[in-house]
Each structure stands twice: as C-alpha cells, then as structure tokens.
Design a protein around this ligand. Structure first.
Ligand SMILES: [Cu+2]
Length: 443
C-alpha cells in the first residue's frame, strides 16, 4: 500500500471513528497527509481491538480547531511520526478520551513484528493532545488478563487521579473501565504508563505521549512540532515476545515503536522553526539523542518550559528514563541530517550482542563447529555475503540499509531530518541531491 492510499484510508478512519462529533476540515485533510506514515501497527487477533486510531495530524499553517468548541483549542497539532493522535469527543465542554489496554502486534520494521502490550492497538499508545485549562476525562478499559492502572507522568493533577495502583486507587481489573478526570494545569511534554507491575507492563510496551499546549502559543512559535517516545526491548533472536525481566541487555531500541529503516523521516522546509519533543520510558537507559548539522536549544522538560536566559546550545541532549526534553532550532541547513541515539549499541537491530570479539583471529574451524551446533548462528567475523548465505533467525532484521551512496550502517534509534527548500505535502522528498562538488570524495 503506498503513502497516498494510507492517507485516504486514514481520513476514512477519522470519519468513521469520530462519527459526526468532529468536523473534518480541508486544512485537516492537507495536514493528515503532510507526513508520510508507515502505519506499522498490526492489531492482535485476540482480544478484538478497537478500530485503528487516526495518525497524527500535520501542520500546514495553524490548523483550525477540529471541534466546534472554545477558541483555546487553536493550536498547531504535534506529529508523532509512525504513531497516531488519540481523537476525543466533547461532553458538555469536557474532552473525553478513551484508552483500551490490550495485547497488540507491532511491526518495528518490515520483517520484524513484536508481540507487545499497549493501548488502542498501538505500542506506544496513541498520543494524547490537550490544552492547558482543559477539563479532560480519560476512560481506561482493561482488556488485559491482569490488573493495571494508568499514571499520567509529569502532569499536575489531584492525588486521586495519579494512577498509582494500591496507593491512590484500586487496580483496574480485567474487563473494568475506570474514569480519570481533572482540569489540566501547566503545559509541556508528558507521558503515560501503567503504575502497577511496571517492569512487566512497560517492558511489554505500555506507554504513550501526552502533550499539553499552552493557552497562548509560546514565542517564538514553531512551524513543525514533532514528538518521539524512546523505548528499549529484549527480544531474543528468532522470538517475537519481549522479555520484560531483562534489566541491562536490551537489543532493540525504538523511536515511537519503530527501528531504522522503519522510522519515518522528519521533514522541514528551509527557514522553518522546528521543535522535537523527546520522551523516554525505557526500562534502564538514558538515550543521548544527537542531531547532525545543527546547534539546538533545550527549551523545555516535563517540568515545564525553560526560560530563554537558562537555555544553552547543544548538539546532543541526554534524555534520562522517566523524563522528556523539548529541543528547538531553525532549519537553515539543507540536506539529509542523521538524528539518532549516540550509544552505538542502540543503533543495532538485535544482532551481535554478547558475542566474543574475534577480529583478527582465524575462526573458520570454530564457525564450522558452531554452524553444526547452532544452525543460523552468526559469528561476528562473517562478511555480509556469507551472512546472506547462512540466512538469519526468523523475525530478525539487519542493521544496514541501502543509502544513496553506499549502505547506511544503522538500525534502532535512527532517523533522518530532511531539510529542503521545497516539500510536497504528504511526500517523502527522497534522498538529498547535493550541489556539485559538495560531497566528500576520493582524491
Ligand atoms: Cu540509546
């Protein structure tokens, strides 16, 4: 299915899932097709999943409010690449969101599908987007075989809405629906996740982004507002279910539940101001996220906006687990710029961990014996050609992708910021065409 078909399907889903409560405007149509979508989510066969939620909306100009409601709904929608935004209904001025906790199958990239737990057929769950001062109601239905709760991470709320199982509320038992309702204070980039058996439930992928816009747009206003949730997973080669008891040896690292080359690019036109919101709910690791070609400023955390006088320039922002960071820059440097975690193991897709280093050693005899004992095993010293002959365990992918010049040696937490003079709405511009004489070459 190509990108355009996806956009059409998506708009139909918007209409179907919101059943007349939300008017779809021409601006929203343009916006919905702005960012190419991978749509990797595959709802599990059992239990039945709700209809797929629509993808994040785009941002060609200030999108008018999708709902006939107060003027404070005017905001530039955030795009969470490869992940949808949760639609809502209005009930007497209260924004009503619905989350269903359930098992889901998530395609991390073509050839790699992982059995997760998540919300509304997604891992991460759909992004919740609201405005400071909103009265919100979130109805959480538990379609898991175990108890759960939802904690609204970083949000300033009444204690009884904080979602800590046993401490501030009863557990949500299988089949039950709980109501969380409060008036939003503060604004920024937040997250949500269970606060019952966190190790198990978050290790299987239960988490999502929660963005709150200020009542008055922050200045300088941004033209593009992206959001990415970081997670790490332990999925044994050949398996499809993560091991949530793993504490250190993770082998898959995702941006919004996708690994490179499955991650969508971030797009910007020359001169646009770009914000990228980065949240981390990994089990253990902080992720130092690095952007090439730019100096940016960290403008906010899940504690709120950082005053301009306290911002300093960076090219890498470390995002601890249980924290968010907003970065901003003006896209004034054309090209295809790598955007990735700087822990080098987090740029690999599941292969090569915990193997002895055998560079420089003649391993031919060892390899033959290993191949007999462990068919499909892949010693580190084999070349790419040899690797293809041996094949790889099922449900695993490599960490190299054909690029415009040579193979790109990356997987995991990696994507590309594509900055262009011109962009066609809804279309990936392809690889950057460098001006003659501007590329490093042999002499
Ligand atoms: Cu990392």
């Amino acid at each position: 299915m190509n990108t355009n078909d996806q956009s059409t399907l998506t708009r139909r889903q918007v209409l179907a899932t919101t059943a007349g409560l939300v008017a779809i405007t021409p601006m929203m149509r343009a916006a919905a097709s702005m960012q190419p979508e991978h749509q990797g989510h595959k709802p599990a066969a059992t239990p039945p999943s709700p209809p797929p939620t629509p993808p994040a909306q785009g941002h060609e100009g200030h999108a008018p409010s999708p709902v006939a409601a107060p003027a404070n709904l005017l905001y530039r929608p955030v795009i969470a690449p490869d992940s949808p935004t949760l639609p809502f209904e209005l009930d007497n001025g209260v924004k009503v969101f619905r989350l269903t906790a359930e098992p889901v199958a998530r395609e991390f990239a073509p050839g790699l599908v992982v059995n997760c737990w998540g919300y509304n057929g997604q891992s991460p769950g759909p992004m919740i987007e609201a405005v400071e001062g909103d009265r919100i109601r979130i109805l959480v239905t538990n379609n898991l075989p175990v108890h759960t709760t939802v904690h609204w991470h970083g949000l300033l709320l009444p204690n009884g809405m904080d979602g800590v199982g046993g401490l501030t509320q009863k557990h949500i038992r299988p089949g039950q629906t709980f109501k969380y309702e409060w008036t939003i204070r503060g604004h920024g980039t937040y997250m949500y996740h269970p606060h019952f058996d966190e190790m198990f439930q978050m290790g299987l992928g239960m988490m999502g982004l929660f963005v709150v816009h200020p009542k008055e747009a922050r200045q300088p206003a941004v033209d593009r507002d992206y959001a990415i949730l970081l997670n790490e997973w332990a999925v044994a080669p050949g398996a499809a279910t993560p091991d949530p008891t793993e504490m250190t040896a993770f082998n898959l690292f995702t941006f919004n539940g996708r690994v490179f080359p499955g991650t969508s690019p971030l797009l910007a036109r020359i001169g646009e101001r770009v914000r990228i919101r980065i949240g981390n709910l990994s089990t253990t690791n902080a992720h130092p996220i690095h952007l090439h070609g730019y100096s940016f400023k960290v403008t906010g955390t899940d504690g709120g906006p950082i005053p301009e006088s306290a911002q300093w320039p960076e090219v890498t922002v470390n995002v601890p687990t249980g924290a968010t960071r907003d970065i901003e820059f003006v896209a004034d440097n054309e090209g295809d710029w790598a955007f990735h975690c700087h822990k080098v193991h987090h740029l690999m897709n599941g292969m090569g961990h915990n193997l002895p280093i055998v560079v420089g050693i003649d391993t031919s005899e060892v390899n033959e014996r290993l191949a007999k004992a462990l068919p499909g095993a892949m010693p580190l010293s084999v070349g790419m050609g040899h690797m293809m002959e041996m094949g790889r365990p099922k449900n695993t992918i490599g960490s190299s992708t054909e690029g415009p010049f040579d193979e790109i040696d990356a997987g995991g937490m990696f994507t590309v910021l594509k900055v262009r003079k011109d962009l066609t709405v809804g279309t990936d511009p392809g690889w950057y065409e460098h001006p003659t004489g501007s590329v490093a070459e042999p002499v």
